[in-house]
Design a protein. Structure first.
Length: 435
């Protein structure tokens, strides 16, 4: 995690103190269940909570022990014994390290998902607000980077809103899928620990029991989780790239907010660069980069190896922290985005009416002209305009072959900009409901 791209609430999930607190809760809840089953004394389970519930664990001490034991969970349990005393001998009975590690990781990923869902909600709120603000603001639609037909800027934002609505739904599913608990022992057979312990711990930690585990919780769950983050990152980049294009000098239909005192270039004082959008592009690349090791972690030898462990120690905090930062930056970018309707209109007019070519094509066919001939008639009048040699409507009205089918008034009728927006309300209702 890099502090420059880290928000405190998400970072706190991955701090060592948080991890050890979760480890303690897993062990203490397991002790409660073992005590209820009569496996360990109830006084011992009570002592674990009483003596360690409010303790701030000594991370440096745990690290010191681990340097000798070369085992993180044993180091923690040794430190816990230093705090609890003799009753600590009843902790971790019948459990394996992965019971603690995997259950803890899933608690952390679940908490991270909750924050990410909130982040997406902020993006959705910003998009909805600006979409309705510019619901009927005309702008040019582009395909292949070339002017196509008119749309509205609100529709561009509505498209993004629908995309992030799907992102939210995927996050909710990913959260549910990752929220499992395994307290099943060395190879997942419950040979040394009753399955009811797992059920108790799962309920206490807000998880569900893993239906079947080996020594670890199956990593296809984690792969799906990080794949979901990768898809969301791609959605962030798609919208950021759209803004970058719109801010280009020769386009300038929208622009990132430029605060007082902000500098765009160390060399050129006039520059106002799309730095936030470009930053989001880079962050999205990093989140997607974590998907591949998550996929590869699915494959482990037999009931478990630790090839996944080192990768997860990096990708879990880094992917969640990075996406958390990116989503919040995107929400702020959209909320403060500067929009220039006059420039949008200027660009709409730039091709001298060519953006209405399909309407002319359809109008000719409806008057009896074959589609092939209609296409040729429209295209032969369009190409001079494309080269800057005249106005499309004027040329069409001078074309005798066109006039065989359409009157001047009928030609002019095809240049109505508002015609393209007659179903905007319908689209908005599909995206936003009746609001």
């Amino acid at each position: 995690m890099i502090s420059r791209y880290t928000r405190p609430e998400m970072a706190a999930i991955w701090e060592a103190q948080t991890r050890f607190k979760i480890w303690f809760e897993i062990e203490a809840h397991a002790a409660d269940a073992l005590a209820e089953l009569g496996t360990i004394p109830k006084e011992a389970a009570k002592a674990v909570w009483t003596k360690a519930r409010d303790v701030i664990f000594d991370v440096a001490r745990i690290d010191e022990i681990e340097r000798e034991t070369k085992h993180d969970v044993i180091a923690f349990l040794t430190h816990l014994a230093e705090i609890v005393g003799p009753e600590a001998r009843f902790v971790h009975q019948g459990m394996t390290s992965s019971d603690v590690l995997d259950t803890c990781l899933n608690v952390q990923l679940t908490r991270a998902a909750d924050l990410l869902i909130g982040d997406v909600d902020r993006v959705l709120a910003a998009l909805k607000k600006r979409a309705f603000e510019h619901k009927m603001t005309p702008t040019i639609g582009r395909s292949h980077g070339i002017h196509a037909e008119p749309i509205t800027f609100g529709l561009k934002l509505a498209f993004a809103y629908a995309e992030f609505t799907r992102a939210r739904e995927r996050l909710v599913i990913a959260r549910k899928e990752i929220a499992t608990c395994a307290i099943s022992g060395a190879v997942g057979t419950f040979a040394q620990i009753d399955p009811r312990v797992e059920e108790h711990v799962a309920k206490a930690m807000g998880l569900t029991p893993e239906p079947i585990s080996t020594q670890v919780i199956p990593r296809d769950r984690h792969a799906m989780y990080f794949a979901t983050l990768g898809v969301i990152a791609s959605s962030v980049e798609r919208l950021a790239t759209e803004i970058r294009h719109m801010q280009r000098t020769e386009v300038l239909e929208a622009e990132e907010f430029f605060s007082e005192g902000q500098k765009g270039s160390s060399a050129m004082p006039h520059k106002r660069n799309p730095v936030l959008s470009e930053n989001l592009t880079g962050l999205a690349r990093m989140v997607r980069a974590y998907v591949t090791p998550a996929m590869e972690n699915v494959v482990l030898w037999h009931e478990r190896d630790i090839s996944h462990s080192s990768a997860e120690r990096m990708i879990a905090p880094d992917a969640t922290v990075t996406l958390d930062f990116a989503l919040n930056r995107l929400a702020g970018l959209i909320d403060k985005l500067l929009v220039y309707p006059a420039n949008m209109q200027k660009n709409l007019d730039r091709l001298g009416g060519l953006i209405h070519s399909q309407r002319l094509l359809i109008a000719l066919t409806q008057k009896g002209c074959s589609r092939e001939d209609a296409y040729k008639l429209v295209q032969r009048n369009a190409m001079p305009v494309w080269r800057g040699e005249g106005d499309f409507e004027t040329l069409l009205k001078k074309d005798a072959d066109v006039k065989k089918y359409l009157t001047d008034a009928e030609i002019s009728e095809q240049f109505d900009l508002g015609y393209h927006f007659k179903h905007v309300d319908t689209i908005f209702k599909r995206v936003f409901g009746e609001s």
